[in-house]
Design a protein around this ligand. Structure first.
Ligand SMILES: Nc1nc2c(ncn2[C@@H]2O[C@H](COP(=O)(O)OP(=O)(O)O)[C@@H](O)[C@H]2O)c(=O)[nH]1
Ligand SMILES: [Mg+2]
Length: 368
């Protein structure tokens, strides 16, 4: 007997839907799920990153009418993969499916995906556009097709299991399997399936189910150049077995851009007759501001600072980098005094400053 007020049992299936600016698609998606999952005990969890179009309000309104609908709203965070992770971890169902919120995934394939996992046949069932019967016609243009094919080719070089569509965002997985792998996930970017397969200690038992990929119902795609860079970084991270954390690689690349900017500005300032001290000061400030902007939009995109917090962050970042620069010069000077090796001394100083800047940025400027 269930206690007073409790329903008889929970659900068998959770559908996790990451969404950003999908207000117009929420109701049509729930209607589509209702039809596709008739006769099953299911729930849908929308994970929204505080979309400006009020996606979460539409979800809440629906949830008041239908107990199978849940919404999670994350403030000050962005990211498809991390949204999926939090949605799946919020589920108590034995099997969880992940699908996009724009109706690009064909919900009529959901039962096949779910049954493959529910039957115990596999741990993970993936909706594939590239097995017999699947299709990819919803991709917007030839450029998106080329990107998708290139990404798949690259991903297949590192995969421990055979997947014809490792970039798919449509899959079902045993919840406990996901939960076991969750601590190893990188969680950044768009490619949670790839992350999942690459982060599992033992190869997963996988099945593929042919799936169509329709054009988006409403709104626009959020895939952009930064998302693609994050994909490259995810592969680098997994290739190096976590030795090179994603963020540190990004932070280092941004740092190199800063060094270049510093040199260019110094040259220009000298051309216009500035003294060495003024030129160096100007170059340093420009490099710091540029680095802050790039790090805020790329390296720490999921913790992006806005408004007043952005200004405060910039001030703190400049302070941190100044301490780093002083330490850099100090260490280089000290080592140089000891053994007069100019290159080694300056490299050691630069590495120390980079590690310091990174550690401080990750903990106090862009706080987790
Ligand atoms: N919560 C959350 N969802 C996102 C984010 N970016 C994309 N999505 C959702 O992830 C799904 C796939 O994104 P979409 O832009 O359609 O990618 P595309 O199909 O590859 O063009 C959609 O439901 C988006 O609303 C994000 O930063 N946070
Ligand atoms: Mg889409």
């Amino acid at each position: 007997m269930a206690p007073d007020g409790a329903s008889q049992a929970g659900v068998d299936i959770s559908i996790v839907v990451p969404c950003y600016n999908e207000a117009a698609n929420v109701r049509p998606l729930v209607a589509a799920l209702q039809a596709a999952l008739a006769g099953r005990r299911w729930e849908v969890v929308f994970v929204d990153d505080h979309s400006p179009d009020g996606t979460i309000d539409v979800v809440r309104a629906l949830a008041r009418e239908d107990a199978r609908v849940r919404g999670m709203c994350r403030i000050g965070r962005r990211g498809l993969s991390s949204a999926v992770i939090e949605g799946v971890l919020s589920s108590s169902a034995p099997v969880v499916a992940v699908m996009d919120g724009d109706l690009q995934h064909d919900e009529s394939r959901l039962p096949a995906l779910l049954d493959a996992v529910l039957s115990g046949e596999c741990d993970l069932a993936v909706g594939s556009r590239h097995v017999e019967g699947g299709s990819n016609e919803g991709l917007a243009n030839a450029w998106r097709h080329a990107l998708s094919d290139g990404g798949i080719w690259l991903a297949q070089r590192v995969l421990p299991v055979k997947l014809t569509d490792p970039m798919s965002g449509f899959f079902a997985v045993r919840q406990e399997v996901f939960e076991r792998i969750a601590p190893n996930l990188s969680g950044t970017g768009f490619k949670i399936l790839l992350d999942l397969v690459l982060s599992s200690d033992a190869p997963l038992r996988v099945r593929e189910v042919a799936c169509g990929f329709r054009p988006r119902l409403a709104g626009e795609s959020k895939l952009d150049v930064l998302v693609m860079l994050q994909f490259g970084a995810l592969l680098a991270d997994k290739f190096s077995r976590g030795f090179l954390p994603l963020r540190f690689v990004a932070f280092g690349l941004v740092g190199l851009v800063g060094v270049l900017a510093n040199l260019v500005v110094m040259q220009l300032a000298s051309l216009f007759g500035a003294s060495f001290g003024v030129a160096q000061g100007l170059g340093t400030v420009v490099a710091m501001v540029l680095n802050f902007i790039l790090d805020n939009n790329f390296t720490y995109r999921d913790r992006r600072l806005k408004g007043v917090r952005c200004v405060q962050g910039l001030a703190l970042f400049m302070l941190v980098c100044s301490v780093g620069a002083i330490a850099n010069v100090g260490i280089a000077r000290m080592l140089y005094d000891q053994n007069h090796a100019v290159n080694e001394a300056s490299i050691a100083g630069a590495v120390l400053a980079a590690v310091w800047n990174y550690a401080m940025s990750s903990t106090i400027v862009w706080r987790p």
